[in-house]
Write a protein that binds this ligand. Sequence first.
Ligand code: GDP
Ligand code: CA
Length: 324
Amino acid sequence: MQRDEPNSRVVALAGGVGGAKLAHGIALARSGEHLSVVVNTADDFTLFGLHISPDLDTVMYTLAGLANPETGWGIAGDSFVTLDMIKGYDRDTWFWLGDKDFATHILRTERLRSGATLTDVTVELAEALGITAQLLPMCDEPVATLVETPDGLLEFQDYFVRRQHADDVLGVQFEGIGATTIPERVSDAVDDANIMVLCPSNPIVSTGPILAIPGLRDRLRQLTMPIVAVSPIIGGQALKGPADQMLATLGHEVSAAGVAELYKDFLTGMVIDSQDAHLAERITDLGIAVHVADTIMRTDDDRRVLAEETLIFAESLIVKPELA
Ligand code: GDP
Ligand code: CA
């Protein structure tokens, strides 16, 4: 359904599965052409010599309509013949990679080796899959999330996949972040947008690295466009993954209000779940406008409806020049 009023131009910040769902909803609610998605790359890593970008791939497959609906990551109906053969060579295969998924990593790695930036490759792959939204890595330089646990410092995928995020997280480090710069395309996407959306992603290890790119957070504090987050914590819990445990062991309140605290220096508005309506006043006390909605996205329609509500809420927060 086409809307009559001019479309807002949206820049979204996202991690993996939760972020991908809302980004997909925005593309469904409005149009991909009016959306840029800036994606966490701090959980990128190398496996079998291939550059793997788990969050970029999740968002890319979701926007392309290829994502596996059961897991939220990987490609629907993918086979695992290659991984089985690797297993046959007695290699440890703790990271699940489908055959079609391998194609993405092979081509990405080939282009990176020939000197392309991660931004170049990402744009090429997304365009080839027919994605109309602009898909952008948060930066082109390598960044690696390291997780401090009682058992020592772990690489992110070791913590997350191999050890199934069972360790207490005592701290996180984003190795390499100090040397990153905001890519030109990200900077342009922010300049061109009139709304920013922080998708419901892990605030520590997905949104966290994006906000840690030198200069980015300061830039957000100075923006005049509304910045609206959809809470990744519902009823004191994460829907999946370790966001709730991480917030707790890092000393944050495990609630939408706790997430609002983390973003309060730049956030204009927050969409919280109906279950959390009682937190609204505490969040508005932080100077953040609140919209209450059903924020659990089970179907494509849930994604579209939540995205539309989020955008209408954000649009209501745009400061009109004549009122400023
Ligand atoms: P990952 O990169 O795959 O770990 O996923 P994300 O970075 O996107 O973070 C997972 C977070 O997304 C968790 O806090 C979930 O509660 C949240 N999430 C996942 N699906 C939904 C959803 O449908 N609605 C909301 N509000 N949050 C969600
Ligand atoms: Ca991730």
